[in-house]
Design a binder for this molecule. Structure first.
Ligand code: NAG
Ligand code: NAG
Ligand code: NAG
Ligand code: NAG
Length: 329
């Protein structure tokens, strides 16, 4: 009798554990396929067929209480050498995918990722992937965060990201992107981070970008070949915190620019900006207007003194502290 009871208990606990535990077989299969597509890297040696992918400390895998994989991170490995694993598209409950610092991961972004309809955060950064930022990204309807920075992506910016209603961050710096910013980007309602620096982007900035007005908006377009007017990023009613437009060919009148009250950092260095500095710059925490065509006296203020001459040098006739004083004409 005690033996039978004992066996029954073992049986019941086994049933219970297989109900509450055990990663979904589809997800396990997908992960093992991914491992194979990545040429079985040492990094993923914990991914073993005979163990449970949710409860056996598989590297970089996290599951929901429903035993579906919702989070996957594969990062920092110089030896991992393969093309992008298409089987990542077979993890239908994935909400967050982070592929980071895998310099020998190559190939392009496969269309299979459009099957990840629950994906909210996509990071593929510091890899050797090339090809375009594909238009099919706009099929990831849940996406709020898109980071494809520091890769070898080329071609133009996808024009249809405005179809992602929840998108808050577009982070594409340090690639080889060309062409201009699609005017539809002004209609991405909740966009609060736009990082496009260190690319080969060019042309005029679309006026529609004036519509971007999220709380704490951060815009970094530095180190490109943008030209013309960038006044649309300014305005008293905006909530912008950081604007970096440095190292472009922008040319606009600075004096009538309205600095948002929330603005803390402004860098327009290395452009063709002209006119006088607006009074409001004295309230900024950080300012760099060097290498432009500005004139007139630098507004007086404590922060301006702390910045030093490097923030103002190489202009047409800017003067006053921290530059030499304005001579009377
Ligand atoms: C990674 O790529 C570099 C050059 O891009 C190459 O020299 C190196 O051999 C590669 N490493 C492996 C493990 O393939
Ligand atoms: C934009 O953000 C606000 C506040 O975070 C949120 O309530 C709203 O649903 C978002 N709108 C869209 C279209 O995602
Ligand atoms: C730049 O655009 C603003 C409106 O955003 C306009 O008032 C201004 O005249 C334009 N400046 C130049 C030089 O085109
Ligand atoms: C301002 O920008 C110029 C050119 O980009 C740079 O050389 C200089 O160091 C910057 N100033 C400061 C204070 O960082």
């Amino acid at each position: 009798m005690p033996t039978k009871l004992f066996l029954l208990l073992i049986f019941l606990s086994h049933v219970a554990s297989s109900l509450s535990k055990g990663c979904h077989p589809q997800d396990k299969k997908a992960l093992l396929q991914i491992k194979q597509e990545l040429n079985n890297p040492t990094l993923l040696s914990s991914w073993q067929p005979h163990t449970d992918c949710c409860y056996s400390n598989w590297y970089g895998v996290n599951c929901l209480p429903s035993n579906r994989v919702y989070f996957l991170i594969i990062e920092i490995d110089n030896d991992l050498s393969s093309s992008f694993p298409p089987s990542i598209g077979n993890l239908p409950y994935l909400e967050s995918l982070l592929i980071y610092q895998l310099p020998n991961l190559t190939g392009s972004i496969p269309e299979s990722i459009t099957k990840l309809t629950k994906l909210r955060s996509l990071t593929i950064s510091g890899t050797g992937i090339s090809g375009p930022v594909p238009n099919f990204i706009s099929k990831l309807k849940s996406l709020t965060y898109l980071d494809l920075s520091e890769n070898r992506l080329s071609g133009t910016l996808p024009h249809n990201l405005y179809q992602l209603p929840n998108l808050e961050a577009i982070i594409l710096q340090n690639n080889r992107l060309t062409g201009s910013i699609p005017s539809s980007y002004g209609y991405i309602k909740n966009l609060s981070s736009l990082f496009l620096s260190h690319n080969r982007l060019s042309g005029k900035l679309p006026m529609s970008l004036a519509r971007l007005n999220s709380m704490a908006l951060v815009v970094d377009l530095s180190h490109n070949k943008f030209e013309g007017n960038a006044s649309m990023f300014f305005g008293f009613a905006k909530h912008t915190e950081t604007i970096d437009l440095s190292w472009n060919m922008l040319s606009f009148e600075m004096e009538n620019v309205e600095l948002p009250k929330t603005l803390k950092l402004l860098d327009v260095s290395h452009n063709r900006v002209y006119g006088k500095l607006p009074e409001g710059v004295k309230n900024l925490q950080w300012l760099n207007v060097s290498y432009n065509r500005l004139c007139g006296e630098i507004p007086k203020g404590e922060n301006m003194q702390n910045l030093g001459a490097n923030s103002f040098s190489h202009n047409k006739c800017l003067c006053g502290s921290p530059l030499p004083s304005c001579k009377r004409i």
